[in-house]
Design a protein around this ligand. Structure first.
Ligand SMILES: *[C@@H]1O[C@H](CO)[C@@H](O)[C@H](O)[C@H]1NC(C)=O
Ligand SMILES: *[C@@H]1O[C@H](CO)[C@@H](O)[C@H](O)[C@H]1NC(C)=O
Ligand SMILES: *[C@@H]1O[C@H](CO)[C@@H](O)[C@H](O)[C@H]1NC(C)=O
Ligand SMILES: *[C@@H]1O[C@H](CO)[C@@H](O)[C@H](O)[C@H]1NC(C)=O
Ligand SMILES: *[C@@H]1O[C@H](CO)[C@@H](O)[C@H](O)[C@H]1NC(C)=O
Ligand SMILES: *[C@@H]1O[C@H](CO)[C@@H](O)[C@H](O)[C@H]1NC(C)=O
Ligand SMILES: *[C@@H]1O[C@H](CO)[C@@H](O)[C@H](O)[C@H]1NC(C)=O
Ligand SMILES: *[C@@H]1O[C@H](CO)[C@@H](O)[C@H](O)[C@H]1NC(C)=O
Length: 477
């Protein structure tokens, strides 16, 4: 079991363990900070000292939370009188079967109309070679999504690991999505589960790792148990999970271990939509139903200002290629064996010299190498897109984000791992006009990888939703 992230030492990043809390909920920030530092008088203190001191085991705590949730009481009574671990969710009234069936029919009819409209738009296939695999189909599908798509977010559980996630550092895409879904003013969320197309289980695997994982045990059992309990809770309390075997449910996480956590429930693993950064198709990631989530590194919660304004396209970049990062995994080993310190034009570093900074080097390079680390995904991909530095994808079995609609060949270069020894030759052989096309592609695709608050049309939040929408439609563009 690996305990490190895909290598960002040179980025100066130290990911989730120090991950500062998301986002909108100042209150949860205060709560968790006080957990970590045992500030006395914190309303969460008693529960947390229970977690830490071992007087109540995690499993017991979880069982109490879940059990109490099931009988719809405030479980904090079981642990401490002033801790509210469970929000008394406004249990929706379940309508009589006839209404339910009617509503379901309506939902399916709507989806059928959306499918028909998208197929029709896909027929006039044109403009090939752009950043989209099929622009007509994508725009139609996006419009249908805006028109119809409804997501129900389970409200149960007010425990630290639900309804919140990290909005800083390497797992930020997890927290930012959860935050947008929970607190954003988006029209996709519905409070009526009977009119929803999909059901979101807003737990954070990153926070589970932070609060449930006992280093260096390498045991992911507590994570799996939490997920298992969570699914059991919603499947007993609501009819929706059983109705579809979880197929219209989704979870989302950027943590390396999210695929393992999702093994806590077989149906979640095999049937539900899992939105994951760790999208390794030879480790159970199934692109037919799962969604590849971009990894994005937010230092102090924001994109590096240097990357926000890349130089104009006509300013020439002095270097051919750039990479800096730790020796994590076999791809980087191969890269370093051949290129570390080897070439003054294709510059590959394990440790970036003190007088250099990472974003500036990206802006001065034509190509940015994005080798997999311990896991397939790398935040460098999104950084390269921002920097208008053509990403060179060096990975095996990585399902690229949004590759259901985006044509990655229009804005990146893929190099086979076995061709790493010829890397410089391959990059030098990219003709200038092709290179300018790739840069154009980068500028066009950038908006799809941006996080905005509030979220904007076609940005990363909406692209993630769109990927989920396509899985729910069960349609390939
Ligand atoms: C929780 O729900 C139960 C049953 O619906 C209700 O009796 C109780 O008053 C609620 N508690 C709170 C704190 O809202
Ligand atoms: C398809 O592309 C061609 C050439 O680019 C153009 O002439 C034609 O009008 C396009 N057709 C549609 C339906 O957009
Ligand atoms: C869903 O199925 C599980 C296992 O078969 C069962 O325990 C649960 O009561 C069911 N939920 C509902 C709402 O019927
Ligand atoms: C999930 O998939 C695994 C491996 O293919 C299989 O052993 C298991 O029975 C499946 N579980 C369900 C609930 O389909
Ligand atoms: C780059 O383009 C801008 C306007 O597009 C122009 O003002 C500037 O002179 C150009 N710079 C170079 C080095 O060609
Ligand atoms: C992807 O999964 C395969 C099979 O488990 C593994 O051999 C490979 O190392 C993984 N890739 C990365 C980058 O972790
Ligand atoms: C990468 O190279 C290996 C060995 O030459 C080859 O077997 C494999 O098919 C190549 N993969 C791709 C995607 O071209
Ligand atoms: C640099 O890389 C090239 C291409 O892989 C290789 O031929 C050469 O031996 C390397 N030089 C050093 C000093 O490692």
């Amino acid at each position: 079991m690996r305990t490190k992230k895909s290598g960002d030492d040179s980025n100066g990043g130290f990911y989730a363990y120090l991950g500062v809390l998301c986002c909108v909920l100042i209150i949860s920030v205060i709560a968790v900070v006080s957990i970590r530092f045992s500030v006395s008088g914190s309303p969460f203190r008693s529960s947390v000292s229970a977690v830490n001191s071992g007087t109540v085991s995690i499993a017991e705590l979880q069982k109490k939370v879940i059990a109490a949730a099931l009988i719809n009481q405030n479980p904090s009574r079981a642990i401490s009188s002033d801790v509210s671990l469970y929000r008394n969710s406004s249990s929706p009234q379940i309508p009589k079967t006839s209404t339910l069936v009617k509503k379901d029919d309506k939902i399916e009819e709507g989806l059928a109309r959306a499918r028909a409209a998208i197929r029709k738009a896909a027929g006039v296939r044109n403009l090939s070679g752009g950043i989209y695999r099929n622009p007509g189909a994508f725009y139609q599908s996006y419009k249908e999504m805006e028109r119809r798509f409804k997501v129900y977010v389970y409200e149960d559980g007010d425990f630290i690991m639900i309804h919140d996630g990290p909005c800083k550092d390497i797992y930020a895409s997890e927290g930012r999505f959860i935050s947008e879904m929970e607190h954003g003013n988006n029209k996709f969320r519905t409070r009526d589960p009977h009119s929803a197309h999909v059901y979101f289980m807003p737990f954070s695997v990153t926070w589970m790792v932070k609060f449930l994982y006992v280093p260096p045990s390498h045991s992911l059992t507590p994570l799996k148990e939490f997920v298992s309990d969570y699914v059991r809770l919603i499947s007993i309390k609501y009819p929706f999970w059983n109705r579809s075997g979880g197929a219209d449910h989704f979870m989302l996480s950027c943590h390396d271990w999210a695929p393992f956590a999702s093994k806590g429930n077989d149906f979640l693993y095999n049937t539900s939509i899992r939105v994951l950064c760790n999208a390794n198709s030879s480790e159970g990631f199934n692109p037919q139903k799962d969604v590849s989530l971009p990894e994005i590194y937010l230092y102090n919660g924001v994109v590096s200002p240097k990357l926000q304004s890349p130089p104009p396209a006509n300013i020439s970049r002095p270097y051919l290629g750039f990479f800096a990062g730790g020796l994590h995994g076999h791809v980087r080993k191969t890269l370093f064996d051949h290129w570390k310190g080897n070439d003054s034009d294709l510059r590959v570093y394990e440790y970036l010299p003190k007088d250099m900074d990472y974003p500036s080097e990206m802006l001065r390079s034509k190509f940015c190498l994005c080798p997999s680390g311990y896991e397939v995904a790398s935040p460098r991909v999104v950084e390269a897109i921002y920097a208008e530095c053509v990403p060179v994808m060096l990975s095996d079995h990585y399902v690229f984000p949004f590759s259901d609609v985006l044509n990655w060949d229009a804005f990146s270069v893929q190099v086979n791992i076995s061709d790493i020894p010829r890397l410089k030759e391959i990059l030098l052989a990219v003709p200038e006009d092709k290179y300018m096309k790739l840069k154009e592609g980068l500028r066009a695709v950038r908006k799809h990888f941006e996080l905005n608050r509030p979220a904007l049309r076609f940005d990363m939040f909406h692209m993630i939703l769109h990927s989920i929408w396509l899985r729910r439609l069960n349609l390939r563009l």
